[in-house]
Design a protein around this ligand. Structure first.
Ligand code: MN
Length: 703
């Protein structure tokens, strides 16, 4: 008798499992010692009541143990690890999951936020048992709401109405949904609730004879056709009456003039047969027949609905369904499988849940095209979305796999563009990490920061992707115009003029002869390598004003390489030039300017097009890390690679690649790619490497 009435309810479990549940109960009782509920009861009465609610739904032993322990992490000093050691990993995960849901703060939220909260709750409970425990927890709290202050009562009730009742509905657990709605209604609008209750009770008294009469007529009809059926009179619950009055503007009398019955039969065939009988006995109201057997509701609800005109012209609402459909309608995802032959009686809740979903999918197939149906089920139970909070507590919905960058762009494009780092739940976190539901995300931004092209490899939303692309494109445009200007200036120098000296008439002429609409476009084309600067200069400067002799005497001023790497300025991967090296630029159509070593072998081909090559020099301000490739010939020796690597990194060079090839027993070749600042830095490193004992030769690879 440890568990009061619970033990009898647990007859569906094995004896050993009942003992485990009892053990969890005793542990919870010890942990909550000295704690009281607001009702004045011992705290342990609450988890016990929660377990009772779940036992009615035939929850499995782990779920029941989690119910017993669900407030232990939150309200006592017990940790998840302690629960895991005592009751196993699964129970600990469930308790932890319920605690996490409790932690989400559902302050008073706008209606559109409520749906996000629902989805967030669903997304955070991968294990359906977490949700079931949470729903039962909330149900008991709603039942004992009376002791709270009126303000708090209303707040909890509103939250239940907006978040938990819809969740119960999505999961098809109708008896919980209805109780949530009734209790919330009473707490939110106590006066309206009382009046409506009194009115309904009064109306029921008057209806009694009618109900008996109609029921008799239905039963006679069923008997004539010898169909086995249970006939249940159905009372509308108050919240749904209230909604009908408020939203459909129906009078209380109109609603109460409808008599509702439910006929539960043995088979689907009987459903349709019964429907036919009803329609031939009473006149059906056109447009009111609905076949939810052929096309089930999103949560798996199945039934036939019809409205009939009864004796004396009263309306009779009839629902016809099988016993199995009735169970699903009440218990939904938690429905137990005992009505089907061949099912194990002790099937776990999680397994039952997944079977429920399988069932939904199968029904969906039969029902044919009911896209919305599948969408609901999928969104609810296999969420493709994550829900995270902004620092101000707003919810942002993102596809799963989304990162802080996606988050930043979904808040504001400007925030995405200037994002440099992020905090997730207060911790600095890599921008590329996928976000999880329930996390709080804070973006750290800086003026003048720019999107990184690498972000494109991990963002998950189209919005972020297109914003980054747009930014890069704009930047490429600006850069190419800028580079085009410099290249043209250089080419004009050959004719003894410069970009600054260009006259309006000259620009007009080039636009006319080239057919381009703007001069900027021409500059961009030069910058992108699609137009040869010298050819453009040739078109601008009239032949008689070109000074070929002068051009031969005056050397062309080289372009300066100032930035480490722009979108249109790349370094040859063949020769890896570094600051200090003599270099030459090559205009590659579509790619812009590629900087090669003056001595690069690839350039010898390119040099046959001298107008595409442009002299270049390093700006004195150039800085950054430039990759360079080295080969080191060594006498093989144990641990040498480690010594080599530390020698190099001590000098602030970063090793990007290292590999060893054994040439023969006496010689190994180490192939290295490292980054350096310039030639001086490189020379320093080469010296250090040479001084190592086993090193016989070290040289830079330039092609
Ligand atoms: Mn609780």
């Amino acid at each position: 008798m440890v568990l009061l009435g619970l033990t009898e309810k647990l007859s569906y479990l094995e004896e050993a499992d009942v003992r485990r549940v009892e053990r969890a109960y005793r542990y919870a009782e010890r942990s909550h010692t000295g704690q009281m509920r607001q009702t004045g009861d011992l705290y342990i009465t609450h988890p016990l009541a929660v377990a009772n609610i779940l036992a009615d739904m035939h929850m499995d032993p782990e779920g029941l143990m989690a119910a017993m322990l669900h407030d232990v992490i939150e309200d006592t000093g017990v940790t998840k690890g302690q629960i895991a050691r005592r009751f196993g990993r699964t129970v600990a995960d469930l308790v932890d999951g319920v605690s996490k849901l409790t932690e989400i703060e559902f302050e008073s939220k706008a209606q559109q936020q409520a749906e996000s909260f629902q989805k967030m709750t669903l997304a955070m409970s991968r294990d359906i048992r977490v949700l079931l425990v949470k729903l039962a927890d909330r149900l008991h709290n709603m039942r004992t709401l009376g002791t709270l202050s009126p303000g708090k009562r209303r707040r909890v009730a509103r939250e239940t109405m907006e978040i938990y009742a819809p969740i119960a509905q999505r999961l098809g657990i109708d008896h919980i949904r209805i109780e949530f709605e009734e209790l919330s209604f009473a707490a939110m609008y106590p006066l309206r609730h009382r009046r409506l209750r009194e009115a309904t009770e009064a109306a029921r008294q008057n209806r009694k004879t009618f109900v008996v009469e109609i029921r008799q007529a239905i039963e006679n009809c069923l008997e004539r056709e010898s169909v086995q059926a249970t006939v249940k009179g159905r009372e509308k619950h108050l919240w749904s009456i209230y909604l009908k009055m408020r939203e459909k503007k129906k009078s209380f009398r109109d609603i109460m003039d409808v008599f509702a019955f439910r006929l539960v039969v043995d088979s689907v065939d009987d459903c349709y047969r019964t429907l036919g009988m009803m329609h031939s006995t009473f006149k059906p109201v056109p447009g009111e027949f609905k076949d939810y057997i052929a096309i089930p509701k999103a949560n798996g609800y199945q039934s036939l609905h019809t409205v009939l005109v009864g004796m004396h012209g009263v309306l009779i609402e009839v629902q016809i369904r099988t016993t199995e459909m009735e169970t699903i309608a009440n218990f939904g995802i938690a429905a137990h499988g005992e009505y089907k032959a061949g099912n194990t009686r002790h099937e776990g809740t999680q397994r039952r849940a997944s079977r429920w979903i399988q069932g939904l999918l199968a029904m969906q197939k039969q029902a044919g095209d009911s896209l919305e149906f599948l969408e609901h089920v999928k969104a609810d139970l296999f969420p493709d979305e994550v829900y995270v909070f902004t620092p101000r507590g707003e919810i942002i919905q993102l596809p799963s796999g989304a990162t802080a960058i996606d988050f930043a762009y979904s808040v504001h494009t400007g925030l995405g563009n200037s994002c440099i780092a992020c905090r997730v739940d207060g911790q600095l976190t890599p921008l590329s990490e996928s976000l999880q539901s329930g996390q709080k995300v804070e973006i750290i931004s800086a003026d003048g920061a720019q999107p990184n092209p690498n972000w494109l490899s991990f963002v998950a939303t189209a919005k972020a992707r297109s914003a980054i692309r747009h930014f890069l494109k704009q930047q490429e445009h600006d850069e190419s115009v800028n580079l085009g200007k410099r290249l043209l200036d250089q080419a004009l120098g050959k004719f003894g003029t410069s970009y600054k000296q260009l006259k309006k008439s000259e620009i007009k002429r080039i636009l006319k002869t080239s057919g381009a609409s703007t001069f900027e476009y021409i500059l961009q084309q030069i910058g992108l390598g699609n137009r040869v600067p010298l050819a453009v200069a040739n078109l601008i400067v009239p032949v008689d004003k070109q000074h070929p002799q002068e051009n031969q005497r005056k050397p062309t001023l080289p372009l300066e390489v100032g930035s480490q790497q722009g979108l249109l300025l790349q370094y040859g991967r063949c020769c890896h030039p570094i600051p200090g090296d003599p270099i030459l630029g090559h205009l590659t159509p579509g790619k812009g300017l590629v900087v090669h070593l003056d001595s690069c072998r690839n350039l010898s081909d390119l040099r046959s097009n001298p107008e595409k090559c442009t002299p270049m020099t390093w700006s004195s301000e150039v800085n950054g890390q430039f990759p360079v490739e080295l080969k080191v010939e060594v006498t093989p020796e144990r641990g040498f690679i480690a010594t080599l690597a530390s020698r190099i990194t001590e000098k602030d060079a970063i090793i990007e690649k290292i590999s060893t090839l054994d040439k023969d027993a006496y010689t190994s070749i180490v192939d290295l790619v490292l980054t350096v600042r310039d030639r001086i830095h490189l020379a320093d490193i080469l010296r250090r490497v040479r001084s190592l004992g086993p090193v016989r030769r070290v040289y830079r690879v330039k092609n």
